[in-house]
Design a binder for this molecule. Structure first.
Ligand code: NI
Length: 185
């Protein structure tokens, strides 16, 4: 497995809608290798997901995984998943704002509204159909990655850029911002 270079904000590749992967290509060694390399790159950079344009490939494929740092403390955990040609639709109208970051947008966090519950259809790395429901953090990560495949970044989804924070300030001021905002409602 190779670690791949991650494309950064400003590179046009992040704004290019991705082409679907022809199903007959999925089992080819080159494509399987791309999935392995993307997985290694996501884990090395401690991302919860990585989409192909983030490694300069404009194909509809992303990898997702979130590990609980301390399972006792209820941190979110998402099992490793490969989504090829994913399609998502909202279940219900509940939309929730929470913090997001992106490996292509270093050291920034911002509040992003996302559907709380979604239906996901895709192909897996074995080329077989996947269909499942995702909620909360899991649904958020899927929506973030599927956005990448359409050339959309989390910044585009933010309702108010005032919540955009450098990581250094986020630790101190992120929760304060949310509290102030709730009071202001
Ligand atoms: Ni991202």
């Amino acid at each position: 497995m190779r670690l791949l270079q991650v494309s950064k904000l400003g590179n046009p590749v992040l704004r290019t809608p991705c082409a679907p992967v022809p199903p007959e290509e999925i089992l080819r060694p080159e494509f399987q290798e791309l999935i392995d390399d993307m997985t290694a790159t996501m884990r090395e950079n401690r991302g919860a997901g990585l989409a192909a344009p983030q490694v300069f490939v404009t194909r509809q494929v992303c990898v997702i995984e979130a590990r609980a740092e301390d399972p006792e403390d209820g941190d979110p955990e998402i099992p490793f998943l490969v989504l090829i040609n994913p399609e998502i639709s909202a279940i219900g109208d509940e939309v929730v704002e929470d913090w997001e970051g992106c490996l292509s947008i270093d050291d920034l966090r911002g509040l992003v509204p996302r559907h709380q519950k979604i239906q996901v259809k895709a192909l897996g790395r074995d080329g077989k159909k996947l269909s499942f429901k995702a909620a909360k953090f899991f649904a958020r990560v899927v929506q973030h990655e599927v956005d990448h495949l359409n050339g959309v970044l989390f910044l585009d989804r933010m309702k108010d850029l005032k919540s955009l924070m450098h990581l250094q300030e986020f630790a101190r001021h992120g929760r304060d911002y949310e509290t102030r905002r709730r009071r202001a409602r």
